[in-house]
Design a protein around this ligand. Structure first.
Ligand code: SF4
Length: 358
């Protein structure tokens, strides 16, 4: 069951147009989005209200996702990647959202609560890391899949056929018989396939997969990624994969958004990023990934600890951990600038080769 409505903040300079002011009839407003673009996020900020002042969890992020595109959103814990993804569906009613989120032509932040059903499930499906967040532990999984379609007006008979077909498509063996099973009766890899089925049953155009392989061993994790890859290709799905693991990014995504402390710091095609990371934070993440073409004594990790959202320092939030930091980094937030096909938020991007990078 999806949670209720969000509070919408409308006095931010990033919000264009003011998110909370769109009347319901104006909710479809996609004239500035090309037909290839499925998701367009502009200046999205997410605040957690506190007694004195709000904590900014996500700070003015902008990105697009094309139809059928596989994008990874990567960063350490607390970087704001899950909060950003959930904001696309307005899943957390306690958070204040500002900015603009367009999904398949629908202005999500301006949508009345009663119309959010046109986005949740139908346009965006979400697969959570924890199966027990997606699925009811005391109801057979088949019933849950059928129920999700019945509330959309599909007959029970048709819903059952579609549920069995989807489980089989996702590689759940003996799908017909497994409809009666409970979520705890599935093994780790099979459980993730059932979670994917729940996210895909209403045939969304975007699947958000939040750390879908984190709890699995390497072999099973790769199987789940392969299934996800197949189903995305067959159904012409766009996928936003949330992960902290650059190995998962390399084996699945076409494009990657790197987040640090609630901001996007690098946006690039995966091949180009692995070939030549420009942002020092991206470079640090990649240095921690084992590579077959390189023998190292010990894998590097990004030095220092991530900053908590309420303790984001002035200037570039990465500066306390960055060996390349200078005075301007400590005083001015670096804007996300475009260099060819890449966007980078670093004052010293040019010196680090951004102008020559693809
Ligand atoms: Fe490092 Fe400065 Fe670039 Fe931030 S802006 S990543 S502190 S060099």
């Amino acid at each position: 069951m999806m949670p209720g409505t969000d509070m919408i903040e409308s006095n931010t300079e990033n919000a264009s147009p003011r998110a909370g002011t769109l009347p319901a009839t104006d909710a479809r407003c996609a004239s500035d989005v090309d037909s290839d673009t499925l998701v367009k996020v502009e200046g999205l900020s997410v605040d957690l209200p506190r007694r004195r002042e709000a904590t900014r969890l996500v700070d003015g992020v902008s990105f697009t996702i094309k139809r059928n595109e596989k994008v990874a959103l990567v960063g350490e814990s607390g970087s704001g990647k899950s909060v950003t993804a959930r904001a696309l569906m307005r899943l957390n009613p306690k958070l204040r959202l500002a900015g603009r989120v367009l999904v398949d032509g629908i202005e999500v932040l301006g949508l009345p609560e009663r119309k959010l059903g046109s986005v949740r499930g139908k346009r965006i499906g979400m697969a959570f890391q924890d199966a027990f967040t997606s699925l009811d532990p005391i109801m057979p999984v088949g019933e849950q899949l059928i129920e999700a379609l019945v509330v959309q007006g599909v007959s029970r008979g048709e819903a059952r056929v579609r549920a069995v077909r989807l489980l089989a498509e996702l590689g759940v063996s003996h799908a017909e018989g497994r409809m009666k099973a409970y979520v705890h009766e599935f093994s780790g890899g099979m459980r993730q396939r059932v979670v994917l089925a729940m996210a895909l049953i209403c045939e969304p155009r975007l699947l958000i997969a939040d750390e879908p392989t984190t709890a699995l061993d390497v072999r099973i994790a790769q199987q789940v990624l392969d299934v996800l890859d197949d189903v995305a290709a067959r159904r012409e799905l766009a996928v936003l994969l949330i992960t902290h693991d650059m190995g998962v990014v390399a084996s699945f995504a076409e494009r990657v958004l790197v987040m640090y402390s609630g901001r996007i710091v690098e946006d690039a095609q995966v091949d180009a990023l692995f070939e030549r990371p420009i942002h020092p934070y991206t470079e640090g993440l990649l240095a921690a990934v084992p590579r077959v073409d390189r023998t190292v004594e010990r894998l590097a990790a990004v030095q220092g600890s991530p900053v908590a959202p309420g303790e984001r320092p002035a200037g570039c939030a990465f500066h306390p951990r960055c060996a390349a930091a200078t005075d301007v980094c400590r005083g001015v937030v670096p804007p996300l600038r475009t260099f060819g096909a890449r966007r980078i938020a670093c004052h010293h991007a040019e010196e680090r080769g951004a102008s020559d990078a693809v």
